[in-house]
Structures are given as structure tokens and as C-alpha cells.
Design a binder for this molecule. Structure first.
Ligand code: HXC
Ligand code: NAP
Length: 290
């Protein structure tokens, strides 16, 4: 299928260096692979160095590109500064940031301790804000252009039960995106976001769709196009938004969810359940009331 194929032209990110938080696993790793294939140097960072190093080795051997792996808890500002310093030392500069790291799990909110709330909220909100702040300061001080892209979710604007710390944090990241897109455009910094629907990854499925409820709540049943996302189609969008091809896109959040959130929102969308044969009868019934 075309959406499983690579979309941008060869060399679209040649000479760029891009930092991907949470780049050792899941969607961050898939995006990193494609950024490398398009010619970028990639810096992946997260808490677990052994996983990062294994992913870096795998990505370099698959793509022939250059990957730097740096341990970093995105809640710690000094560790973020260290990632940027190491990236500059190794590659001479940084051109893009993908705020992708996240923590999340389903839980009735009243069961959460304040530490549990902070754990998720801080990784997503503080982590994205601190990294954005540090990279923005670096670009502005060095008179460099740059692009920031954050992965949020569609419940950043609808909210969602059972993932309240994540919903609060993703909403904050979206507000930051729209705010800084205006404030930092004068420095040549673009700021955008992507809101994915369900894309299978170990991290998301283990924390949000644990085995005992996996079949009953199969996410593909909520998506109008009838399937979950493919990593390459998200990687295509990430690469485009980090590349100069998207130079006129600033402050936007692009949804890639097969129509999932709108299906949940439209007042009459549940009429999908009305069988085709019934519509003649319903039409007659409605007309008879005029
Ligand atoms: C209730 C929980 C809990 C759970 C942890 N806690 N899991 N409370 N239910 N399932 C509580 C702990 O008891 C503790 O509180 C506090 O949270 C911190 O727990 P730690 O294990 O010390 O936290 P930490 O090691 O920092 O791990 C963070 C984490 C973990 C978020 C809890 O799941 C993680 O590392 N996640 C990273 C990967 C991930 O989540 N990926 C999914 C992203 S998917 P107390 O009070 O006991 O000290 C995603 C998709 C969104 O975001 C959209 C989908 C469509
Ligand atoms: P994932 O593989 O679990 O990715 C999360 C990453 O964040 C991990 O690599 C993890 O690495 C890192 N991380 C967690 N806490 C961190 C911290 N304190 N500091 C630094 N790094 C940290 O899950 P994913 O599905 O690929 O998610 C990637 C992004 O997509 C997230 O922003 C998520 O909210 C978003 N998203 C996913 C889906 C989906 O269906 N998969 C849908 C919508 C949005 P360490 O454990 O090594 O730190």
C-alpha cells in the first residue's frame, strides 16, 4: 500500500541534525529510522541507556546514518542541556527537535497518588517544555533557525477519561506549540504538533490496552477507516514537518487518526449501526410526520 511507503525525496534532510526524545523505542525509533534514511544525523535520548545504545547500533547498521545515544530524563533540565551540548560537539549543531518521549497508563483518576499524577504529567509537559526551552535558547543565542515538533494526542482538545494526567499534559504541549509558533517565528523557529490516533507500540499497548481488555477494546473498531496506523505513515508526516518542505506550516497540529476522534464526537455518528435496509422505512416514517 502507498501509505506504507517512504514519501519524501532522497536527501530531504541531508546535513540536518535532529534530536528525538524517546527515540530508542516505538514511534520515536520508527521516525528516527526514516530521518536517517533521508540523510539526517539523529540524537536519541531517554532514561534507559542500554536500550538507546542497542537501538542506535541497529539504526546505524540499517541506514548507514549517524546516531548519537545520550541518557536523559527529560524532567531534568541539566540532563537536557547535556544532550544538546553533546549533539553540538558531535555534529556541529542541532536543527530539529522531536518531543516524542511520554509516560502514560490507564487508571480511574481517584486511584492515582499525587506522585502517579506527576510521573505522567511531568514527563510529557515538563519534559516537552524544558526541551523546547533549552533548544530555543540555544538557537536564539546562536542565531540559528530550527524546527520543533511535538507528538500530542487527539484528546489534547477533547480530554479523555482514565488518562487525565496525560490529557492535561498533552493539552499543555498543544498550547505551548501554538504560543511559541507566534512568539519564536521572528527567530526562524517553527513549532508544530502531530496528534496520532492508535499506532501499535509495546509502550502504548502495555500501558493503555493491557492483555485482559485488549480484544474487547480493540482500537481499530473505533477508527472509521477500519484499521490502526502504520509506523511509516506517521514517520512520513514527522519527516515532512521537520523538513524545509513544510516551511509555511507553523503553529498547527495535524491529526493522523483515520477519523477516530471525530467518530466519537459527531452527534449522530452512532447511526452507523442502522442497517441499510432500515433507511427506506425511516425515510417513510419521517416524511409521514410532515
Ligand atoms: C496507578 C501507578 C501505575 C498504575 C505507576 N503508578 N503505574 N498508579 N496505576 N498503572 C504510580 C506508582 O505507584 C508511583 O506512585 C508513581 O506512579 C510513579 O511510578 P514509577 O514506576 O516510579 O514511575 P516511573 O518509573 O517514572 O515510570 C513512569 C510511568 C511508566 C509513566 C509510570 O509507565 C513509564 O515509564 N512509561 C514510559 C513508557 C510509556 O508510558 N509509554 C506509553 C506512551 S503512549 P506511588 O504513589 O506509589 O509512589 C501514549 C499514547 C497516548 O502516551 C494516546 C493513545 C491513543
Ligand atoms: P513508547 O515506545 O513507550 O515511547 C515512549 C518513550 O518515552 C520511551 O522511549 C521512553 O524511554 C521515553 N521516556 C519515558 N519517560 C521518559 C523520561 N522521563 N525521560 C526521557 N524519556 C522518557 O510509546 P510510543 O507509543 O512510541 O509513544 C511515542 C509518542 O507518541 C508519545 O508522545 C505518545 O504519547 C505518542 N502517541 C502514541 C500513540 C500510540 O498509539 N502509540 C498515540 C498517540 C500519541 P525510557 O523508558 O528509556 O525513558
Amino acid at each position: 500500500m502507498l501509505y506504507q511507503q517512504k514519501m519524501l525525496r532522497d536527501g530531504a534532510l541531508q546535513g540536518k541534525t535532529i534530536i528525538v526524545t524517546g527515540g530508542g523505542t516505538g514511534l520515536g525509533k520508527s521516525a528516527s529510522r526514516y530521518l536517517l534514511e533521508l540523510g539526517a544525523n539523529v540524537v536519541i535520548c531517554s532514561r534507559k541507556l542500554p536500550i538507546l545504545e542497542a537501538s542506535a547500533a541497529e539504526l546505524m547498521s540499517e541506514t548507514g546514518g549517524q546516531v548519537l545515544a545520550v541518557a536523559c530524563d527529560v524532567r531534568e533540565y541539566e540532563q537536557i542541556e547535556n544532550v544538546i551540548t553533546q549533539a553540538v560537539a558531535r555534529f556541529g549543531g542541532v536543527d530539529g527537535l522531536l518531543n516524542n518521549a511520554a509516560g502514560n497508563f490507564i487508571s480511574p483518576t481517584e486511584r492515582l497518588s499525587h506522585r502517579a499524577f506527576s510521573s505522567v504529567f511531568d514527563i510529557v509537559m515538563k519534559g516537552s517544555a524544558f526541551f523546547t526551552l533549552a533548544i530555543g535558547k540555544y538557537w536564539i543565542a546562536n542565531n540559528r533557525r530550527g524546527t520543533i515538533l511535538s507528538i500530542v494526542t487527539t484528546y489534547a482538545w477533547t480530554g479523555s477519561a482514565y488518562v487525565v494526567p496525560s490529557a492535561c499534559a498533552k493539552a499543555g504541549v498543544l498550547a505551548m506549540t501554538r504560543s511559541l509558533a507566534v512568539e519564536w517565528a521572528k527567530y526562524g523557529i517553527r513549532v508544530n504538533a502531530i496528534a496520532p490516533g492508535p499506532f501499535p507500540t509495546e509502550g502504548a499497548w502495555d500501558n493503555l490496552l493491557p492483555e485482559p481488555i485488549r480484544e474487547k477494546f480493540n482500537p481499530k473498531n473505533k477508527v472509521p477507516v477500519g484499521r490502526v496506523g502504520e509506523h511509516q505513515e506517521l514517520a512520513n508526516l514527522v519527516a515532512y514537518l521537520l523538513s524545509d518542505y513544510s516551511a509555511y506550516i507553523n503553529g498547527d497540529c495535524i491529526t493522523i487518526d483515520g477519523g477516530e476522534w471525530l467518530k466519537g464526537a459527531g452527534e449522530f455518528n452512532n447511526l452507523e449501526a442502522v442497517p441499510k435496509e432500515m433507511w427506506d422505512m425511516l425515510e417513510m416514517f419521517i416524511k409521514s410526520k410532515k
